[in-house]
Structures are given as C-alpha cells and as structure tokens.
Design a protein around this ligand. Sequence first.
Ligand SMILES: [Zn+2]
Length: 206
Amino acid sequence: MKERCVDDLAISELLSRLGFDGEGAERALVRLCKDGLTRPGKTRIATVKIEAVEQALGAAFVRHCRKSTCLPSPSETREPIPVSAVYCETCGGSDNRRAVEQMLIAMQRAGWTKLLVAGGSPGTRRELERLCADRLDLRFVTNETTPNRKTVGPLLNWSNVAVIWASTEISHKTTAVLRGPKVLKVPRRSVVALAEAVQGRCAIVA
Ligand SMILES: [Zn+2]
C-alpha cells in the first residue's frame, strides 16, 4: 500500500466543496483526468493542486441553480452543471448577489463603469460595495457629503448613471442637485431594487 501524502484530500470531497455532486462530480472528474490533474482510479489529490482544479473546472463548466434568472445565457460556451444554490455562480444562494451580478453584466454591455449612489443606509451601501468588489467604480453621496452643486455636480458629471436610493435616507438638498437624464430614482431600499433599476436603465442604452 502506498503511503498517503499528508497534504492531500479526497477528490470527491474537493469536488463536493465546489458544488460537484453525483453526475456533476463524474463529469468534473473526467475533465480533471483530461487536464492531467488526476488519473482514473486515484481517489486523493494533493492540496497544492486545489487552485489548478478550481481553475480547470471554472473554465470548463458553468455552475447554475434552478432559478430561471440563473440559467446560463445562450452565449455561454462552458458546459452547464446544475448545482445547489450556494454553489451557483450567479446567485451563490443570495438574491442580492444575483441582482448585482446581472447589473454588472448589463453595465459592462452598456460600456458603463461608473455608478453614483446617493442615499441608502450604511448597511446596504456596504453590501453593495462588497458585491461589486473592484468590478465597478462606485461612489456614494451620503448625508455627510455637503449637498451643493460644487460637491455633487462633479460626481454627477463623472458618473455613467446616478441613483437616488430610498430618498428618505438622503437630504432634499442633495437630491435637488441630482437632476437630469442620468439620474434614476429607486424608492425601495433593497440592494435588489437598486441593481434591477440600474440593469433596466442599461438595457435602454445597450
Ligand atoms: Zn442561482
């Protein structure tokens, strides 16, 4: 019997952690063999290979949950693999993530990179920032921003689209400066509401 390497783990466990189970796991395993990351009959894999495995599977398969909004687009070239929502590439089991993901794709299609958000609560702003990560230039106008043309005007000029988010969270003075065709009003406080509104605006220009 071969000595077991200390830094390894069961391939099935690694696949399961990435959302591949049952038939999905079998297909993933075939791919890993093709890519030379393992070979038929092996049950364990060195942990140093984990990153390469993630990359190989990410390039070959699109993991999606059952929600209609998460089904792969017709232009998707990777093989679809149904997974439970936590492993879904689009939503990760979170409606916020799904909505923001779709907003980011729509903005990219429209050629937009700059989003200005006025208002929102500290919590929802943080969540939006977290979900956009570094894939978008995101700036906020809050009640700490001095509300006049000098401060808000340049931000509005800079943006591709500006959102007044839940106007109750931001002073009238500030929203009064935010006028024009770029400005979108989102009366609801949720991240989903904001993301869907921006996505809708992108659809008009794209
Ligand atoms: Zn999903």
